[in-house]
Design a protein around this ligand. Structure first.
Ligand code: ADP
Ligand code: MG
Length: 686
């Protein structure tokens, strides 16, 4: 008996070649096959007489094949298969390129259905490479919606679809992980018929409701997980942080600038949140340069006034140093004591100390704010009373970090994640549903727009001229490359190669620097220091500069191989310039021959709004690519069908999940529990 676990090679009539090709698509079992959903559909449901055909439409016709012949085209020597189809209303040409076998699988004089796109103009209308089926073999009207699967060489969508058909009865036996009662009162089709509909759509409407049902099924476990995490945190205890209003006001008045409205609002949300004795779990979103660090500093200041400790964790040493500097500047003479802890260096206030001394100062509560890298969660670092943990530029605390930090403290610390990747609301609701969110949309006054241009490859020398002029005026510049080392295959520029070339051939009169992730941390620090001090005029780097480097004197960001980065990521690069008083520029270059590669980047030219860019990025590349679940420990989570733009559905699922969690114990639903637990970025929920 065939089940979900049956191997494809045990199915009857599947050739060895097909099996090995399916393996390339990671289809090894019937389960893999059934859940290998089409990625799009050709809609051939429009059925027309030939007379009614127009260029541009996708349509099905039924007609007699009058003529059929192969010939070589004069240009390019392609093989062309040409035919003529007629019905009572007229006739139309059909063409296939380089598929000569088609002429032997079709017979003149027979009647067929042809489905495809009509191209040409009024005077020369034809079908280009249509699908076909003999009319006498067709069941019912052949006009239909045809699934298209993402494929590897040598497999057709038809083959996959036929194979699914051969295991159709297995689909009926699948048990949905989401309990049926969740759907009570909804007009969704059953899970099983929805899965069938996905492979064998009847019509547009039933396909749409099948997709809705399956989208619901994908989103539900995520929402249940969020709900449970929230509940768990509500039951945990945190240190209560009183809001020292006077002191906070004085602190703010001592700054050289006024807070933006959004900074005030976010700080207020955070401070209010920390007054409770349940742990805060909050995300602070704001574009590069919007002043998140300051907001976090206000929170840490109040924690210090309450005689508790805070830690702020940065993803890189560079960024940890930067924060240490900034935070020290903020706190100047306030009496708050600050420590820096990276694996390479420990500093308390202005003095470098050894490891033992640092550990002692931390565990005895002598340091109020500890800035660091992952070294913060190293085992031997103990806190006296950690009340607030801030993570910068990382989408959120990983399970492990959360656990470790919690173990370092008697109570559960309040958590604050800072991110410059603007997360569209729909995604926030889906993936970060367990978090509260504060948003800074307003930029500090006086920030200039960064002039952004997509530049053709052959004008690279003009960009170099421009950079040289800027450097002569005293400014600095970045050149970003997608790779560290040269690679023949990809044809993309590498940092090392560009560095050498630019140093020798283009900017020999200036000092230029090289930066990439494989440098030792001491070397990195030196490069950053020399760049910050203005010794290095031009810095060639890989994407490691994406976060953290704050050199207000830098005015040009030139990006090579820009098509290889996402919009949100380029926006981050761009945020490295325009941080000072000088007009700044961002130039996007690509060696790609693909014209789409460059048009994809156009939104960067049109807007500087990180939220808009994040949304576009999401549409272009999908959530997984944009938000790097893999890296942030969110492997196992991806959405095949659910559309993150569909806020309405997401809200609906969220409500259903809330209700479900209130009224049920997950333990009674083992299938769902397994699914939720396997969203392996989640805390374990037992
Ligand atoms: P983010 O972390 O959001 O990218 P930062 O907190 O590093 O931004 O702030 C960027 C720069 O702007 C810092 O030099 C900071 O001191 C400054 N800054 C922060 N808030 C304001 C403000 N309201 N007005 C002017 N400058 C500000
Ligand atoms: Mg920052």
């Amino acid at each position: 008996m065939t089940t979900l676990e049956t191997k494809i090679n045990q199915l009857k009539g599947v050739s060895k070649t097909l099996i090995s090709r399916l393996r390339k698509l990671e289809i090894e079992t019937v389960r893999d096959l059934i859940f290998y959903y089409p990625y799009r559909y050709d809609d051939f449901s429009l059925f027309l007489p030939i007379k009614k055909l127009e260029p541009g439409i996708t349509v099905t016709i039924k007609g007699r094949l009058e003529l059929l012949a192969n010939r070589r085209t004069s240009r390019k020597r392609a093989m062309l298969t040409e035919g003529l189809v007629s019905d009572e209303t007229g006739s139309v040409k059909i063409l296939w390129f380089n598929q000569p076998w088609i002429s032997s699988s079709l017979r003149q004089g027979e009647e067929y259905y042809f489905s495809g796109k009509v191209v040409g103009d009024m005077f020369d209308l034809h079908f280009n490479g249509p699908e076909y089926k003999r009319a006498d073999l067709a069941t019912g009207n052949q006009a239909s919606i045809v699934p298209v699967y993402s494929l590897t060489q040598g497999i057709t969508s038809k083959q996959i679809n036929l194979l699914v058909k051969s295991v159709l009865e297995v689909i009926d036996k699948i048990e949905d992980e989401v309990p049926e009662k969740v759907f009570a009162g909804e007009k969704f089709p059953s899970f099983n018929s929805a899965v069938k509909e996905i492979h064998f759509p009847k019509d547009k409407n039933s396909l749409a409701s099948a997709r809705r049902r399956l989208a619901f099924d994908e989103l539900f476990p995520l929402q249940v997980r969020s709900r449970l995490l929230r509940k768990k945190l509500e039951q945990a205890t945190a240190y209560k942080i009183n809001f020292f209003q006077e002191e906070t006001k004085n602190f703010v008045n001592g700054l050289k600038f006024n807070l933006t409205g959004d900074q005030k609002k976010s700080a207020w949300e955070i401070l209010k949140n920390m007054q409770a004795d349940q742990p805060m779990n909050r995300l602070l979103e704001g574009d590069v340069g919007s002043g998140k660090t300051l907001v976090a500093a206000l929170a840490m200041y109040n924690v210090a006034l309450n005689k508790f400790q805070s830690a702020i964790m940065a993803p890189t040493e560079i960024l940890a140093h930067q924060h240490f500097k900034t935070i020290k500047k903020f706190f100047g003479s306030s009496g708050v004591r600050i420590g820096l802890n990276t694996s390479a260096q420990k500093i308390i206030d202005d003095h470098e100390v050894d490891r033992a001394e640092f550990l002692k100062a931390c565990s005895s509560g002598k340091i109020d704010i500890i800035v660091g890298t992952h070294a913060l969660i190293s085992e031997d670092l103990k806190f006296k009373n950690l009340a607030l943990a801030v993570v910068d530029e990382q989408h959120r605390f990983g399970v492990e970090q959360r656990k470790i930090l919690k173990e370092k403290s008697k109570n559960h610390p309040h958590f604050l994640s800072l991110t410059a990747t603007p997360i569209p609301r729909s995604l926030a609701l889906t993936v970060y549903g367990d978090l509260d969110i504060s948003i800074i949309k307003e930029m500090p006054a006086g920030r200039k727009k960064i002039v952004t241009k997509i530049v053709e490859s052959n004008k690279r020398h003009l960009a170099y001229q421009f950079i040289a002029e800027q450097i002569k005026k005293g400014r600095q510049a970045f050149v970003i490359c997608p790779l560290i080392d040269p690679s023949d295959k990809l044809g993309v520029r590498s940092a090392k190669e560009e560095f050498e070339r630019l140093e020798k051939e283009v900017f020999s009169e200036f000092k230029i620097g090289l930066m990439h992730g494989r440098l030792k941390s001491k070397e990195k620090e030196e490069v950053i220091k020399d760049f910050s001090d203005g010794k290095i005029k031009l810095l060639v780097s890989t994407s490691v500069v994406e976060v953290g480097i704050d050199v207000p004197n830098a005015t040009v960001m030139m990006i090579e191989g820009a098509e290889r980065f996402g919009l949100a990521q380029i926006h981050q690069f761009r945020g490295r310039v325009g941080r000072g008083e000088h007009q700044s520029y961002c130039f996007l270059f690509s060696d790609s021959m693909d014209p789409d590669a460059l048009t994809r980047l156009q939104p960067l030219v049109e807007t500087q709004d990180g939220f808009v860019l994040a949304q576009r990025d999401l549409e272009q590349r999908g959530a997984g690519a944009v938000y790097g679940y893999q890296q942030s420990g969110m492997a196992g989570f991806y959405l095949k069908i659910a559309d993150l733009k569909d806020i309405e559905l997401i809200k609906k699922v969220r409500e259903a999940a809330e209700k479900f969690v209130e009224e049920n114990d997950l333990k009674d639903y083992p299938l769902l529990k397994k699914k939720v637990d396997n969203l392996d970025f989640s805390d374990h929920l037992e």
